[in-house]
Design a protein around this ligand. Structure first.
Ligand SMILES: Nc1ncnc2c1ncn2[C@@H]1O[C@H](COP(=O)(O)OP(=O)(O)OP(=O)(O)O)[C@@H](O)[C@H]1O
Ligand SMILES: [Mg+2]
Length: 413
């Protein structure tokens, strides 16, 4: 396979930088897709997908939207930003839903209805006259405008409203809640899928007692193990490379269920093999994984650098050595005795006198605090870990930049 072909093939099966839009590539979310489809079949019900950053909300929303949107038009997709309000979002929805030239709207029975295009309120009228959609100023005007969009857009129109948590304007939350009720009461067929973090959906519920009747919520968890393996296997087999089982488990574990990391580390791993001299049927080795992880983490360094530096700067040298000690070996969770052993070995490599065990322990524990970016966590039995597993990889990278040798990150390394 040529380099060009290899790159082309990987770009089809791995998507570290874009959301997924087709069920073929959406792993581990089959049940969610079905649930959303069923919610859509209930008249007046809309969908809210919420979960942690990067867990796959947009991918689930877009895949559902494309699946449900009728073929006569594209989906409507609005991404909220900080300055947005309820009215500005509705205006954006309308701008996308309607053609730039109002004359191109087919005057079907569905659009003109009994009332003709006059019955859709001032905002829709302005659009029909001028081709520009004004920002609606009342809830009723917003509803009429959306009703017009819904009828003019397509047979089954679907709209994704993404990054809903960006809307900071308080009154907007209750306006959205009342809007959902209005969409149901007026039998508007446009279906909405909102995406955001948990607090953003709570805002809507808090602002309107009956909002739960109009919303089907999907709390999106991290990706299950099986789905992580599917991403890895599918990519590897598409380029004819065999990834050894230990490496597969390793990628799945350190990704912590965030699909982005699975895509990114797998891509780096497969390129590592390619650079070693690509042959169909070749197998990965532990060193491929180590190099791939290092390169993946270096590529997203900015995400980790700030919290890492903030955590270590308070204790100067020792703080950083303690984090390296926790990141030593392939164990993701380590107990105090093991961490101390690693710490002493690291200090020896640096000709630095180690702290006593008790003192090191106090410092180790303080990393759990807010002021240390909560960079580590522990359970009651004094097992410590990096809650963000990629941060652990970043600590290893920082150690290797100082020529500190840590035991391999791969059980077979
Ligand atoms: N079910 C899935 N199967 C495979 N890959 C996925 C899946 N869901 C998401 N991804 C991948 O994970 C990454 C993040 O996905 P997405 O943008 O959908 O997450 P998000 O929760 O919307 O993130 P953010 O909080 O940053 O908006 C993307 O690279 C995407 O391709
Ligand atoms: Mg998103």
């Amino acid at each position: 396979m040529t380099e060009k072909k290899f790159a082309e093939t990987l770009s089809k099966v791995l998507s570290p930088s874009r959301a997924i839009t087709s069920p073929e590539f959406l792993r581990g979310r089959e049940k969610r897709l079905t649930e959303i489809e069923r919610a859509f079949a209930v008249p007046g019900r809309q969908v809210f997908i919420y979960g942690l950053r990067g867990v796959g909300k947009t991918s689930l929303a877009l895949t559902s939207a494309y699946k449900m949107q009728s073929a006569d038009s594209d989906i409507i997709n609005v991404i909220c930003s900080e300055g947005d309000t309820f009215f500005s979002v509705i205006q954006s929805v309308a701008e996308q839903a309607l053609p730039t030239d109002p004359r191109t709207i087919k005057s079907s029975e569905k659009v003109t209805g009994k009332l003709g295009t006059k019955g859709y309120g001032i905002a829709a009228e302005k659009y029909i006259e001028t081709g520009r959609v004004p920002e609606p100023s009342t809830l009723n005007e917003a509803l009429s405008l959306i009703e017009f969009c819904s009828n003019a857009h397509s047979d089954i129109p679907v709209c994704v409203i993404d990054e809903f948590e960006s809307i900071k304007d308080h009154p907007s939350h209750s306006q959205f809640a009342r809007f959902l009720k209005g969409v149901a009461d007026r039998c508007i067929s446009l279906k909405f899928i909102f995406c955001g973090i948990a607090e953003s959906v709570e805002e809507i519920f808090v602002s309107h007692g009956s909002a739960h009747r109009y919303l089907h919520t999907e709390s999106l968890e991290r990706m299950p193990w099986e789905a992580r393996f599917e991403i890895i296997d599918f990519a590897a087999s598409s380029v004819g490379i065999e990834i050894d089982r230990t490496t597969k488990i390793r990628i799945a574990a350190i990704s912590d269920g965030f699909p982005y990391f699975v895509h990114e580390v797998t891509a780096k791993l497969l390129w590592q093999c390619f650079d070693r001299g690509y042959q169909n049927g070749m197998q990965t080795v532990a060193a491929d994984f180590t190099a791939a992880l290092e390169s993946a983490i270096a590529g997203i360094e900015l995400e980790f650098k700030g919290p890492y530096d903030r955590a270590v700067e308070k204790y100067k040298t020792d703080g950083e050595y303690i984090l390296w000690a926790l990141a030593d070996t392939h164990e993701l969770k380590r107990n105090l005795g093991e961490i101390y052993k690693s710490y002493v070995t690291i200090c020896r490599q640096l000709d630095h006198p180690p702290l006593e065990k008790q003192k090191m322990n106090v410092r180790l524990s303080s990393f759990k605090r807010d002021s240390f970016s909560k960079i580590i966590s522990s359970d009651r039995r004094a097992w410590y870990e990096f809650p963000q597993k990629m941060m652990r990889g970043y600590a290893r990278l920082r150690a290797s930049r100082k020529d500190i040798h840590l035991d391999p990150d791969h059980p077979l390394g």
